[in-house]
Design a protein around this ligand. Sequence first.
Ligand SMILES: Nc1ncnc2c1ncn2[C@@H]1O[C@H](COP(=O)(O)OP(=O)(O)OP(=O)(O)O)[C@@H](O)[C@H]1O
Ligand SMILES: [Mg+2]
Length: 221
Amino acid sequence: MILELKDVKFSYNSKWNRVDVLKGVNCSFERGKVYGIIGKSGSGKSTVLSLMAGITLPQEGQVLHEGIPTSEMNLQEYRRDKVSVIYQSFRLLPLLTTVENVMYPMELRKIPQKEARARAEKYLCEVEIPESCWNRFPVTLSGGEQQRVAIARALATETHLILADEPTGNLDAENSDKIIDLLKTLAGEHDCCVIIVTHDVDVMDKLDVIYKMHNGLLEAR
Ligand SMILES: Nc1ncnc2c1ncn2[C@@H]1O[C@H](COP(=O)(O)OP(=O)(O)OP(=O)(O)O)[C@@H](O)[C@H]1O
Ligand SMILES: [Mg+2]
């Protein structure tokens, strides 16, 4: 088991308002499999992903990575070394070029520049970003290209846990298929655990396990 959620509760609290989003989520995720999380807009899918990614901590319950609760970890190290995230809104760094964006997380991990560059180019090729895009800034790329660069950036770090929030939201059916196949190959060949939030029925059909976010809980389907 690479990731386990035990009775996880989370609410957003502001001075005027309190939104209970997760109400006791229990579920677990293994290596070698691709999981889907589905559910209505606003049901808490991105929230549960941000807890898995160590961006926030649950108010109650535990998120355990290889048996260790995120609440007991150095979260900065966890985010840098153990997990890769593909964000719903890409979050490419605007002042870095395409290839520099993909290299950036590897530089944080002190991977030598030559190797980082080689891996960046390898994964940009895997997601079919042509060389003519490599030295351009994200703002000059199309939405689908930006999404694929964000995917290359997450994969190039080669962690065993990949979290993807609507990774195919801006892609046509053909590109979407290729990305899902690539994620499935990584799960199979590199023994990764991939967790994908998606609304896309065609994507769902290709995944190993589907959970549905409903009334603050993740239910197996
Ligand atoms: N920073 C925040 N402060 C207050 N409320 C928030 C915050 N972020 C999210 N919420 C609320 O929490 C709920 C869950 O949001 P979340 O982004 O997890 O939904 P989602 O399932 O990812 O939706 P979508 O499919 O639209 O991306 C929503 O009602 C949202 O308005
Ligand atoms: Mg979301």
